[in-house]
Each structure stands twice: as structure tokens, then as C-alpha cells.
Design a protein around this ligand. Structure first.
Ligand code: HEC
Length: 265
């Protein structure tokens, strides 16, 4: 079969073969505009790298990562907070038209459009100018984005309930025995969703620190109170008194004596 529309390719001995490999021109031909990779360039890279590394080390020593108790999927009262660089997205989700029934709009469509536009920017933007002053549309969009990100980040920090945040992640040491069948079969299914995975508080109050009498717990569980539902009818009297006994026996202990060691590990 013939290829190339009927042309026949032949070797032509008159075309010179390259004798030398094509090398880049020597850096010494551009005095003042280039530098030697070794050691000049590498030294600068290393110095920059070392400055950042030491800076980060100092930062982690000065501000250790806040340690919270072990995550517990049954603790639905826990409100997770993203790291600072995602706070603006988190804040956007609190606005009326980005939350509740509009969640998909706020969580997927809006950030989706923004990030897709960023990806497609080289094709969307045909302007040949490079100076920012000569690119008003791109510069304007960028300034607006930065303003929005700054404002929403500030707003989420200013209006967040930091006390509650601190409280919900606190590590509490108690004598709670997570292997106790009363805890596993009755409390985990009925109480931890509000009172926290280790009963140290969630959307409902801490049950460890206050010294509760079994009768008081029984009354709360049987009749409910405020936002707490009554369990009368859902749990038998015997189950309620077992729960009451267990909860009344809880107390805070020192880290060494703790039996809720899940969070101490
Ligand atoms: C729907 C969430 C919810 C559930 C589930 C729930 N509670 Fe509560 N609980 C609360 C709230 C909210 C309060 C505070 C009520 C108030 O102040 O009137 C509370 C209060 C209490 C108190 C009183 C604490 C104090 O210091 O005054 C006890 C004891 C208690 N709950 C035990 C339990 C037990 C045991 C269970 C599981 C059988 C349980 N709760 C399930 C939300 C809940």
C-alpha cells in the first residue's frame, strides 16, 4: 500500500547528518542573566527552603495543632469546623440561598462554577496584554473574589461560637466504661446523639461533671425536659433505672485513672 498520497520517500545523501548533539548555549554567553546551577542556584533554593522549613517548625511549636477527643460518629451534636482556608466556603453555606433547600446550589453549583471558570481561564480569556492594569475584567474579577473570600472568612470567624467549639472537642477523663452493656445497648442508642459520644456534652449538657442522683436521672429520662424527649414508653422502667444507675455513677477522674481511654490514647 502506498502512503503519503503517492509520494515515495527516499533517503537523500546530500542532507547533512548532525555531527554534534544540539546543546544549549553556555550560560557564560549571557553574563549577568544566568547563573550556574551548581552551586549558585541550588544554594539559593536551599536557603529559601530552609527559611520556610524553620519558619514552619517555629509555627508548629508556638501554635500546636489543637487536639480534640476522638471523633465519634454517634455524636451527631458535634459541629465540625473546616480549617481556616475553607472557612469562606463554610460561611457561604450559611446564607439563605446557599443552605437548606438550596444546599446543592451553595455546596456544589456555586463553587463548581468558580473553580471551573478558574480552570478554563486560559481559554476564556483571550486578552494578550500582560500588565494587570490593562486587563480590567480579569483584575476586577480577581479583586472581587479576594474581597468575597476575605469578607466571608472574617464573618465566619466573628460569628462562630468558639466557646461551644472548645467545649465540644474537650477531652474529658471519666470513669465511663465503654464495654458496659448498659452503655452499649441502651445509652449509645438513646442518649449519645445529644449528650456526646462519651456523655461529656454535645447539643445536650454534660452528664459527667454534674453530680446527678439516680432519681434525678430517672426523672429526666422518664419525663424529658426542654429539648430532651421523654423516654417513658420507649424504654422499660427497668432499663431506665439501669441507665440512671450508670449515669449517676459517672464522675470526672484524672487522666491516669480514666477508663474512657479511647480519648486518652
Ligand atoms: C434529643 C436530644 C436528647 C436526647 C436523645 C437525650 N437528652 Fe438528655 N438532655 C437533653 C437536653 C437538651 C437537656 C437539657 C434539658 C433542660 O435543660 O431542660 C438534657 C438533660 C438531661 C439531664 C439533666 C442534666 C443536668 O445536668 O441537669 C439528664 C440526666 C439527661 N439529659 C439524661 C439523658 C439520658 C440518660 C438520655 C438517654 C436515655 C438522654 N438524656 C437523651 C437532650 C437529650
Amino acid at each position: 500500500m502506498k502512503r503519503g498520497k503517492g509520494l515515495t520517500f527516499v533517503g537523500d545523501s546530500r542532507i547533512q547528518k548532525y555531527e554534534k548533539p544540539k546543546l544549549n548555549r553556555d550560560y557564560s554567553e549571557f553574563p549577568g542573566r544566568t547563573e550556574e546551577f551548581w552551586p549558585d542556584f541550588l544554594l539559593k533554593e536551599w536557603i529559601t527552603g530552609a527559611v520556610f522549613l524553620i519558619g514552619f517548625l517555629c509555627l508548629t511549636v508556638a501554635h500546636p495543632a489543637p487536639l480534640e477527643r476522638i471523633a465519634d460518629p454517634t455524636d451527631t451534636g458535634y459541629i465540625p469546623l473546616p480549617d481556616w482556608y475553607f472557612l469562606f466556603l463554610y460561611q457561604i453555606l450559611k446564607y439563605t440561598y446557599a443552605s437548606g433547600p438550596f444546599n446543592i446550589l451553595g455546596a456544589i453549583i456555586m463553587p463548581g462554577i468558580a473553580f471551573t471558570a478558574l480552570l478554563l481561564a486560559p481559554w476564556l480569556d483571550g486578552v494578550k496584554e500582560r500588565h494587570w492594569k490593562k486587563r480590567p475584567v480579569a483584575t476586577g474579577l480577581m479583586l472581587v473574589s479576594i474581597a468575597i473570600i476575605f469578607y466571608t472568612t472574617w464573618e465566619s470567624v466573628a460569628y462562630h461560637d468558639w466557646d461551644q467549639q472548645h467545649q465540644q472537642g474537650q477531652i474529658t477523663f471519666s470513669n465511663l466504661d465503654a464495654d458496659d452493656p448498659v452503655f452499649n445497648e441502651l445509652i449509645r442508642t438513646n442518649c449519645t446523639s445529644c449528650h456526646g459520644g462519651e456523655l461529656a456534652g454535645g447539643s445536650g449538657p454534660d452528664l459527667i461533671a454534674p453530680e446527678l442522683a439516680p432519681e434525678a436521672v430517672e426523672a429526666f429520662v422518664t419525663n424529658g425536659s426542654g429539648d430532651m424527649p421523654a423516654f417513658e414508653g420507649q424504654l422499660t422502667e427497668d432499663e431506665i433505672s439501669q441507665i440512671a444507675e450508670f449515669v449517676a455513677g459517672l464522675e470526672e477522674v484524672s487522666a491516669d485513672e480514666a477508663t474512657n481511654t479511647e480519648s486518652a490514647e
